[in-house]
Design a protein. Structure first.
Length: 421
């Protein structure tokens, strides 16, 4: 166990983390090979839940390893979740990241986690009863519709989809893609972001979020999307068209023009989750690399005795430990000062973590040779996830732009004081 975890986390969190690791070893890892094969190759009912996963979920829930993602700041009375801090949960996310699909076993998988946090933070009591409760119980799944194929969605102000008031309803129109979770037959809720244009509001107050039942008339799933050839069934990613979808006005979240405000509240903790899961994936890849280097022989000596392989292992350890510390700092700042104050740290980890994971996983692929690019090992799929996360939740370029802007603002404040560099 990481000594930082024991030093900075509560005894309750330490005990729960121990139980999580035990569950991963005893229940999840033994099922990994069978389930990886089923996820990738089953031909029938691809968008239906796997019975083996549902059985694991029931066991995890019975052991209290459930809804651990909700931060204490959002749920101080532990009404909905485990009441862990962002720093505490970061270690949990890393452990679950070692086997990517395991997050669902503990009801801690995206986009449900972000959608549930939105409902906890911003939902009305009626919205919580209708949508939050069944999500917390794991009875339904959800999706999040933001990215659009016809515009450069890295600048979300380009969004074309609209949410227009019509009496006691809103009418939703738009084409979305990379709507993760929409293919799952359990998906019952879409958290949709679109324009509610007004001449009276600023540029970043032109967008809103609304809750849309997935069985509403006018929703058309156009096609499933693949990620480097993977369809990620049964979760899936979809292109979805919304044509004159009528939704009660009471389904609007927080109010018109509050979409970006909600989005930032949703994405902050979620980015920490993604980044710590990436570290877990890369740690797993490093474990495979070390084992391969220890057991395989070329040119009369073990791979680890070749200088380049030894250097790769050493660099990977350095990379991962540095990356982890940066992620934990971001989580700590968020706990101490809130999501907005941690904006720079969160942007930094969103750049650093995927790129770090990619370097480590690529080294593991190289050491495995042909085995590294096939499904005999999980390493190739880990690379796919890491590469995708250089785009998901904002591309590297946008996060770098944010970091630079905040750095230059800090310089400006320093110069205003008359201080010399």
């Amino acid at each position: 166990m990481d000594p930082l975890f024991e030093k900075f986390c509560s005894p309750r969190a330490v005990e729960m983390y121990g139980r999580l690791r035990q569950f991963m070893r005893d229940k999840v890892q033994p099922a990994e090979e069978e389930l990886n094969h089923a996820f990738q190759f089953r031909k029938e009912n691809r968008w239906s839940p796997l019975p083996q996963i549902e059985a694991l979920k029931a066991e995890a829930k019975g052991q209290g390893l459930w809804n651990m993602f909700l931060p204490a700041e959002s749920d101080p009375e532990r009404k909905y979740g485990a009441g862990l801090t962002n720093l505490e949960y970061a270690f949990f996310a890393e452990e679950m990241g070692r086997i990517p699909w395991s997050s669902e076993v503990f009801n801690c998988s995206a986009p449900d986690t972000g959608n549930m946090e939105v409902l906890v933070r911003y939902g009305t009591e009626a919205q919580k009863r209708t949508w939050l409760q069944p999500l917390l119980e794991g009875k339904i799944r959800s999706c999040y519709a933001m990215t659009e194929p016809r515009v450069a969605s890295s600048d979300a102000t380009n969004m074309e989809s609209t949410i227009i008031r019509d009496g006691d309803h809103y009418v939703v129109n738009g084409l979305k893609w990379w709507t993760s979770g929409a293919m799952d037959e359990r998906c019952s809720l879409c958290v949709f972001m679109g324009r509610t244009p007004s001449d009276k509001r600023a540029k970043h107050q032109q967008h809103s979020m609304i809750l849309i039942p997935m069985d509403a008339p006018g929703i058309h799933i156009k096609r499933p999307l693949t990620v480097f050839g993977y369809d990620d069934a049964p979760h899936g990613h979809a292109e979805v068209e919304f044509v004159n979808v009528r939704v009660p006005a009471s389904n609007l979240l927080l109010g018109e023009g509050r979409g970006f405000e909600i989005s930032q509240g949703r994405l902050g903790p979620g980015r920490i989750h993604h980044c710590m899961r990436l570290i877990g994936m890369a740690e797993r890849a490093l474990d495979f690399m070390k084992l391969r280097a220890h057991t395989r022989v070329t040119f009369g000596k073990r791979l680890v005795q070749h200088g380049t392989v030894a250097a790769d292992i050493a660099e990977s350890r350095c990379d991962l430990d540095q990356c982890r510390l940066l992620c934990l700092k971001a989580a700590h700042v968020m706990d101490m000062r809130g999501n907005k104050a941690a904006r720079k740290e969160v942007a930094m980890i969103k750049v650093v973590a995927p790129n770090t994971a990619l370097r480590v996983i690529d080294r593991a692929i190289q050491v495995h040779g042909g085995g590294g690019v096939c499904s005999d090992f999980p390493i190739a799929y880990l690379w796919v996830i890491a590469r995708t996360l250089r785009l998901a939740d904002g591309p590297d370029e946008v996060h770098r732009m944010v970091i630079c802007r905040l750095e230059m603002a800090a310089l400006g404040k320093l110069l205003e004081t008359g201080a010399k560099l």
